[in-house]
Write a protein that binds this ligand. Structure first.
Ligand SMILES: Cc1ncc(COP(=O)(O)O)c(C=O)c1O
Length: 306
């Protein structure tokens, strides 16, 4: 596929039956914005399950009421998570598989950050979790990943899906009509990138170095910690500034030329709270020196106002 974004979107179109009353897609909140658009355009309504600091950013699946699970046809999970970097443990997978068995929904597992991690062990993926739990038919499970993060080539548009053979059949049928074929040049470059692990190890080492340097700099002035994985810092805007996340991001850009994403844009208000409010997402993708300079400016900005 041409990256995982189109696959996440297209997959929802193949899974959702909008003819069934109350078609629902459960998403984490905050979340990668494609999930919501995919749900809406497939004719379903999204239902948001919060992921907040108090639970170490684990999604609170228990907060989803029974009557919502009953009409749920698809859930998106994102591990390592964007923007929180949280990784789902086996126990969480076990819970989701049990819910999927009970209610019949499909699990779309977005794993495109799986190769950028800070612990010794690679994050547990959906297929591995299923295998460990004896679910080797991967029933109602599909995983999505791409070269974009692992090889730092988001513009190349190359990814793949794997999982339940039945689901792949209907996905393939949909792509026969809607999916653009990948150019042979990109195919060849993709094969080379997927077959080489050395550059991925080096890429990960660069991220580890960068996060080890930048996180403590920012932790002096913001509520921020090294995530399990991914290339984001999901930082709290200091209350003492008296600014919303949007005001903070705007002022930082206007006065210090540093771009961060307001967390409230990455989440929706659900049950009276926007779990992204008062946080910002910082992508540490640029070279270390550039990230260091941006972090220094953020520190200066916050110190000048407190
Ligand atoms: C969580 C998540 N999933 C999927 C994607 C899509 O990436 P791509 O289409 O490049 O594979 C992104 C890109 O930022 C992302 O953050």
């Amino acid at each position: 596929m041409n990256g995982s974004r189109e696959a996440l979107f297209a997959f929802a179109q193949t899974v959702i039956d909008p003819g069934k009353p109350g078609a629902t897609v459960v998403c984490p909140n905050p979340f990668y914005q494609i999930y919501e658009g995919a749900a809406l355009l497939s004719g379903a309504q999204p239902y948001f399950a919060p992921s907040v600091a108090e639970r170490n950013f684990a999604v609170d699946w228990d907060s989803v009421p029974d009557e919502v699970w009953k009409r749920t046809q698809l859930i998106f999970v994102c591990s390592p998570g964007n923007p929180t970097g949280a990784v789902m443990p086996l126990s969480e997978w076990e819970k989701l598989f049990a819910l999927s068995d009970k209610y019949g929904f499909v699990i779309a597992s977005d794993e495109c950050y799986s190769e950028i991690y800070f612990r010794d062990e690679a994050p547990l993926g959906g297929l591995e979790a299923a295998t460990r739990l004896g679910r080797t038919d991967f029933k109602r499970l599909m995983m999505f990943t791409s070269l974009s993060k692992r090889s730092n080539v988001p513009g190349m548009r190359s990814g793949f899906v794997a999982g339940d053979a039945e689901l792949i059949k209907s996905f393939l049928l949909y792509r026969t009509y809607h999916g653009g074929a990948m150019s042979p040049t990109i195919q060849q470059a993709s094969i080379a990138a997927w077959n080489d692990e050395q550059h991925v190890v080096e890429n990960r080492a660069l991220y580890r170095q960068k996060f080890a340097e930048i996180t403590p700099m920012l932790a002096k002035v913001m509520d921020v910690a090294l995530p399990d994985a991914s290339f984001y810092l999901w930082a709290g805007v200091p209350q003492s500034l008296g600014m919303s996340d949007t005001e903070f991001a705007k002022a930082l850009l206007a006065q210090y030329n540093v771009t961060v994403l307001p967390g409230s844009y990455l989440a929706r208000e659900a049950n009276g709270i926007n779990p992204g409010a008062q946080r910002v997402r910082m992508a540490l993708v640029a070279e270390t020196a550039e990230c260091r300079e941006a972090a220094e400016r953020i520190v200066k900005f916050i110190q000048s106002r407190t």
